[in-house]
Design a protein around this ligand. Structure first.
Ligand SMILES: [Zn+2]
Length: 443
């Protein structure tokens, strides 16, 4: 008997090792073949999606497709953007660097090292890269990225989400045999629905309800476009080797903080409603299904995650970290840093001294710091778990904890100060200015 186990044990050991190796090889091979599709809906709040209904209690059926993908993929409940408006947010989603690291905030500021951004890295690794959007304010985004997207199509002027969807599907058809990285950026959920005033003056509760209904209707419309896209991927036979990431560039105020701030808008102060974003990672071939991750993650984590998914090395310049290890075993808690700047004239250029806004956040607490143009400043501190609306500033009652958060923020700002690289400044064309003004980015 003892002799038999002596023979059996090495055999079992060898078989187990072989199984692990085969599984690893299958996973590695799957990684090497993966396509990645990033889908972002402008200004989309997670609390208006069905898949987050269990934590926010929202009842409207706005997102059956996104809900399905979340159910078959991974849902992140504590995802935050690193900026509160589009331009810095989408740039850091490609560079894995905080906006302050490259100092790209306004629309005339472009990335200083685009070769380290995700599209250029993937292109270099042999990926076909493409960007499709109906956000006309982004017509020079590829210039900021050093033309990292081999195909770049931005069409606006009343083009709805079906425009970029059709373009993306046609492009996929011609690239289905290759490895590709595709970003679809939908503008439809952005503010400025027809017929609504841009300021809170004169807005009645009924107006707010109507506005929110329109916001939800637009989410539902884009969700249907995502359904078409997913069907197309299935028809092309590439669903099993395509990872899909769904998020937004920032959130939106839908009446919250209306006493202090604009009504249906984003930008400026990093309130929770502006920085909480949905994040779904769907890749049934390589990743677990139906997993919920409650750890805080950030937009700057997207590029290292994509690198991890496709099996290429993330450059040292990345400041985020891959989301994949946290799925299995959890990762140490980390701070998220959120930044913004604003000038009264809008977001075209920092021709005036901007007002600075920063936040340092964990899943439970958040320190906000505002420095105004006249040099005055204030801190606010919130316990997010018990006060998700950020109505009670507990700065004075939590002084010891506040000191820890202030030290984290000071350390972050000091590191950024030492980073001397600045953005490339490029003058906006008349056409750029006209487009951005029409979208409300400037007075
Ligand atoms: Zn945006």
């Amino acid at each position: 008997m003892r002799k038999r186990s002596r023979v059996l044990f090495p055999i079992i050991f060898l078989l187990s090792a072989l199984c692990v190796s085969v599984a690893y090889c299958m996973y590695s091979n799957a990684q090497k073949r993966l396509n990645v599709i990033l889908i972002a809906l402008d200004s989309l709040r997670p609390d208006h999606l069905g898949c987050y209904g269990w934590c926010y209690g929202y009842q409207r059926n706005t997102s059956p497709t996104i809900d399905r993908l979340a159910g078959e993929g991974i849902l992140y409940t504590q995802a935050v953007s690193n900026a509160t408006f589009t331009w810095p947010s989408i740039n850091c989603m490609m560079t894995s660097r905080y906006p302050l690291s490259d100092k790209v905030f306004f629309f005339d500021e472009f990335l200083p090292h685009p070769q380290q951004a995700l599209p250029a890295l993937l292109k270099k690794a042999g990926y076909a890269t493409a960007f499709f959007s109906n956000h006309i304010g982004l017509s020079r985004f590829n210039e900021s990225l050093g033309n990292g997207f081999g195909t770049f199509v931005v069409k606006g002027d009343g083009i709805a989400a079906d425009g970029p969807t059709k373009d993306a599907m046609a492009w996929i058809k011609t690239h289905a045999r290759k490895r590709f990285f595709l970003w679809l950026f939908y503008f439809d959920t952005h503010e400025d629905f027809v017929g609504f005033p841009k300021t809170r003056e004169g807005i009645l509760p009924d107006d707010t309800r109507k506005y929110v209904r329109m916001y939800d209707d637009h989410i539902r419309y884009v969700d249907a476009q995502i359904a078409l896209l997913m069907q197309h991927i299935q028809n092309m036979g590439i669903q099993r080797r395509t990872a899909v990431i769904i998020t937004s560039d920032h959130g939106e105020l839908l009446g919250e903080h209306a006493d202090q701030y604009t009504y249906f808008k984003h930008g400026d102060r990093p309130w929770e409603f502006l920085i909480r974003v949905p994040l779904v990672l769907y890749c049934p071939q390589a990743l677990p299904k139906g997993k919920v991750v409650q750890q805080q993650v950030q937009h700057i984590d997207i590029p290292p995650t994509v690198c991890d998914l496709v099996g290429i090395r993330a450059p040292g310049a990345f400041e985020g970290r891959s989301l994949l290890p946290a799925i299995k075993k959890g990762a140490p808690a980390q701070y998220a840093f959120i930044e913004s700047r604003s000038v009264p004239a809008g977001f075209l250029t920092a021709s005036e001294t901007p007002e600075y806004q920063y936040a340092v956040r964990t899943t439970d607490w958040k320190l906000m710091f505002n420095r105004f143009t006249d040099g005055t400043a204030y801190y606010k501190f919130y316990h997010l778990t018990s006060d998700p609306l950020e109505a009670n500033d507990v700065l004075m009652a939590q002084q010891e904890r506040v000191a820890v958060f202030k030290a984290a923020l000071d350390g972050f700002l000091l590191r950024q100060k030492q980073n001397t690289a600045g953005p490339l400044r490029k003058a906006l064309t008349e056409e750029n200015v006209k487009a951005l003004k029409s979208l409300g980015y400037a007075q």
